[in-house]
Design a protein around this ligand. Structure first.
Ligand SMILES: [Zn+2]
Length: 214
């Protein structure tokens, strides 16, 4: 599969191992820059890269230099690793991915725990608001009952005042009636006295007339 050889590397020519299976990769300062001679499917100068991950880890290759729309061009520079090396690399990457998965699970559990704590805090806040609302309701009901009692007291006081006013009016009417009767009696008395005086005067006059004619 790989045609790269000691001879080809010694004359600085590149191997002719093409593949369209583009591995993960990274830039390496020991293998920098671009290849003028090797062009990708875009016709662009090949980008020097080092494979990262899986059985190709560490293998140098020439890839597409268009990072945004990689055409998948792969030109291996290094030969395939021996099978024991590939297995070891796969095992290491498997452990690495398991570690990453564990880390993600730990972070996820941490986030869930944080969300659970946040939900608990929100529940406690909601409960506090509920208890405060109940307390406010009890205070409002107490104030309403007190206001109702005050209203009833005011109503009773009003009725008492109305009764007192009615008594006063009745008493006033009785007094007015009594005063009118008193005035009437006084007038009758004056008329009686006047009649007596007239009778006396008549009697005196009769006596005087009788003495003068006798
Ligand atoms: Zn390309």
């Amino acid at each position: 599969m790989v045609s790269w050889s000691e001879d080809s590397s010694s004359d600085n020519s590149l191997p002719r191992d093409y593949s369209d299976v583009c591995p993960d990769w990274l830039y390496d300062s020991d293998f920098p820059g671009e290849e003028e001679e090797i062009r990708c499917h875009h016709g662009l100068r090949g980008s020097r890269r080092v494979a990262r991950g899986g059985e190709h880890t560490g293998r140098r290759y020439i890839g597409c230099s268009n990072i945004i729309q990689d055409c998948g061009f792969v030109h291996w520079v290094d030969p395939e690793w021996p099978n024991p090396m590939k297995k070891r690399l796969l095992h290491l990457w498997s452990n690495h991915e398991m570690g990453q998965n564990c880390q993600r699970e730990i972070e996820k559990a941490g986030m869930m725990d944080a969300e659970r704590r946040k939900a608990m805090e929100e529940k406690m806040k909601a409960e506090q608001l509920f208890f405060k609302a109940v307390e406010d309701k009890n205070i409002a009901e107490f104030a309403l009952r007190k206001a109702e009692e005050e209203r009833k007291k005011a109503e009773e006081m009003k009725m008492q005042l109305e009764l007192q006013l009615a008594d006063i009016e009745t008493e006033s009417k009785l007094k007015v009636k009594w005063l009118r009767q008193l005035v009437l009696q006084k007038e009758r008395c004056l008329m009686y006295v006047g009649g007596v005086v007239l009778l006396l005067l008549g009697f005196v006059l009769a006596v005087v007339v009788e003495k003068n004619y006798v």
